[in-house]
Design a protein around this ligand. Structure first.
Ligand SMILES: Cc1ncc(COP(=O)(O)O)c(C=O)c1O
Length: 409
């Protein structure tokens, strides 16, 4: 028997560490070693591990209603979750479609956008626009939407549908060049484009690459001129990761659809939502059965996951959680400059990142940090910190001190 791990070259990578317990910002292995989870376990555990209140909410819900088919039925935890989110989203985003993870939230958005145009009788819109290097998940549609410019999925590129990638900008001048290329493309092809899909303000899996809200706003305005649907993939950025509830809160242009997952249940259970507006919903609201959105997963809107998500939202809104989020952002701003030899130091909200000269060095740093009891997971030569919001200032300072201790910094 062998367990095959995700995103892992089983031949060359170290054996997995066996985790026995988690509490707050800490994970403990079966030997009793303690680690600070500086990746929030793939960016999901925003409130730390084994949060008692979320565990109690799950326990309670499991005893009342563990699951029910979501076609033809509804339930209080799903309704409560959507009404809580509705109060936090821009008012135009008011139609909620459930699925299970970030990739499925993206699949739903891509399919909805495509079918929208079919339903309104506009044919030939089958191109998606993305931002070069973006990542939207590992299912075929999500990989396709990211296109061949993604560093992860080129093996499958012969299956990909047609995309246009906007160049990722390094500065104002390259922003202008990228926009000019986009305008050129839209001039000839705008009427064939179905949707723009983009991670707002920061690309996560591309290596925590930050770009300006002005650039995002200009992209949105350009594509809107051609009737193209705008999808913001907030799977990573949602729930205060960038300092605001959603990254789009820092942007004057709002999308037609948003994809949410990861932190939505505080890292306890899989759940995802694709939220859209009246323009899209109305195109499916019909007496014609062909206009139905025929998509659904067995565990759609699982009540236990929804109960965990409701409790997560409640905790997130508390003043003490908001204070922690602000303190993490401030600590990043204060301590990043101390990594004086790190390349391209950057932070946005609770996320900090910097680059080192080679991926090999990043791996050495990762191994040394793990030996010190700090979990990081570099992407190529980019190192990032994305802690749970319950981390203490003392622990975060200690993480920075451990990094500063490297001769390279
Ligand atoms: C922006 C973004 N979209 C989608 C996904 C896919 O989410 P999942 O891994 O839950 O399928 C990820 C995962 O990292 C992501 O960062």
């Amino acid at each position: 028997m062998k367990i095959w791990h995700p995103f892992t070259q089983e031949k060359t990578e170290a054996l997995p560490i066996k985790i026995a317990e988690g509490k707050g910002q800490y994970l403990f292995d079966d030997q009793g070693n303690r680690y600070i989870d500086m990746v929030s376990s793939w960016w999901v555990n925003i409130l730390g591990h084994s949060n008692e209140e979320i565990a109690d909410a799950i326990h309670h819900q499991a005893k009342v209603l563990e699951h029910v088919i979501f076609a033809g039925f509804t339930h209080a935890p799903a309704e409560e979750l959507c009404s809580r989110l509705y109060n936090l989203l821009p008012p135009s985003l008011e139609y909620f479609f459930f699925s299970d993870n970030g990739s499925t939230a993206v699949e739903v958005a891509l399919k909805m956008a495509y079918q929208y145009f079919k339903n309104v009788g506009e044919t030939g819109r089958n191109i998606y626009i993305n931002l070069e290097g973006g990542y939207h998940g590992d299912t075929l549609g999500a990989m396709s939407a990211a296109g061949s410019s993604s560093q992860y999925h080129s093996t499958f590129s012969e299956f990909f549908f047609r995309t246009f990638s906007i160049d990722f900008p390094d500065d104002c001048e390259s922003e202008e060049r990228a926009l000019e290329k986009l305008r050129e493309f839209l001039k000839g092809n705008g009427q064939h484009v179905c949707a723009l899909i983009i991670e707002p303000l920061i690309q996560g899996a591309a290596g925590m690459r930050v770009y300006s809200h002005q650039f995002l706003e200009q992209i949105v305005r350009e594509v809107r001129r051609h009737g193209i649907i705008v999808i913001f993939d907030e799977v990573m950025t949602g729930f205060y990761r960038t300092g605001t509830m959603f990254a789009m809160d820092q942007c004057s242009e709002k999308p037609d659809m948003i994809c949410l997952s990861k932190a939505i249940t505080g890292g306890f259970l899989p759940l995802a939502l694709t939220v859209t507006n009246k323009r899209i919903y109305d195109a499916f609201f019909s007496d014609d059965p062909c206009k139905t959105f025929t998509h659904g997963h067995s565990y759609t809107a699982n009540p236990i996951s929804c109960a965990a998500a409701c409790k997560t939202l409640e905790i997130l809104q508390r003043p003490e959680t908001q204070l922690s989020i602000r303190q993490i952002s401030e600590t990043h701003i204060e301590y990043l400059p101390q990594l004086s030899h790190a390349i391209n130091r950057r932070s946005i909200g609770t996320i900090a990142a910097f680059d080192v000269p080679t991926p090999q060095l990043a791996q050495c740093i990762k191994e040394k940090m793990i030996r010190s009891g700090i979990i990081i997971r570099p992407i190529g030569s980019s190192i990032y910190l994305i802690p749970p919001y319950c981390i203490t200032r003392g622990d975060l300072e200690w993480v920075y001190m451990e990094l500063v201790a490297f001769p390279e910094f």
